[in-house]
Design a protein around this ligand. Sequence first.
Ligand code: FPP
Length: 238
Amino acid sequence: MTKKTPTIPKHVAIIMDGNGRWARQQGLSRLKGHAAGAESVQAVLRASKEVGIQYLTLYAFSAENWVRPKDEIAGLMKLLQTYLSGHEHQLHENKICLRVIGRQEKLPQPVLKKLAQVEAATSNYKEGTLILALNYGGRAEIVDAVRKITNQVKQGKLSPNETDEKTVSNNLYAPDIPDPDLIIRTSGEMRISNFLLWQSSYAELYVTDVLWPEFREQHFKQAIEAYANRHRRYGDIQ
Ligand code: FPP
């Protein structure tokens, strides 16, 4: 029997779900659940470095999350800002570049300012890339790409017949970042929830019942191991 060669995914994307459920189980506020979730982000960054993941995308705030109570949104934004301020040094120490995807303009000004500062300060790092999906929606991203493409056509820079899959990929928020190989979702829900719709075409999906605040290095490594045992066929037989 032939043994499969273990492969490490180049790009792992995570739907961090279950902060609220974890908080309820613990008798804590939802915001405490999000704060605990920030510890899991730390754990996953450590594990990614250890395993050798080049791109890590985290779904930190979806375009749909604005319907949540105002104080939860404000708390999440504050948490994000505090997290970036408190952990920026780790990006420098590890030579990790920060990127943001999503309709950023809707985010609060102080968050935008901090994100722009950290993105600029880390832009030359090559050891790895941390991508935060903020006010991100997969359909919105495709709509934004379509707008860019139709403008190029209108300006005569592109002919409609030349427009192909590559054109769409090239007009997404981060065209230089390869598609995710593995998408992990915590807390058991079997949904993609408008995450990386275009880019996830051939991604392997891994769903675990572990709630995000309890997700640690060993859970991440289990997902990587499961990925290594999958057989990606890209539509071919075998
Ligand atoms: C989903 O749990 C989680 C979020 C909407 C926010 C994720 C944010 C963090 C983990 C905070 C820190 C992030 C960074 C990048 C520092 P949920 O509230 O939907 O949980 P539920 O489905 O159990 O209610």
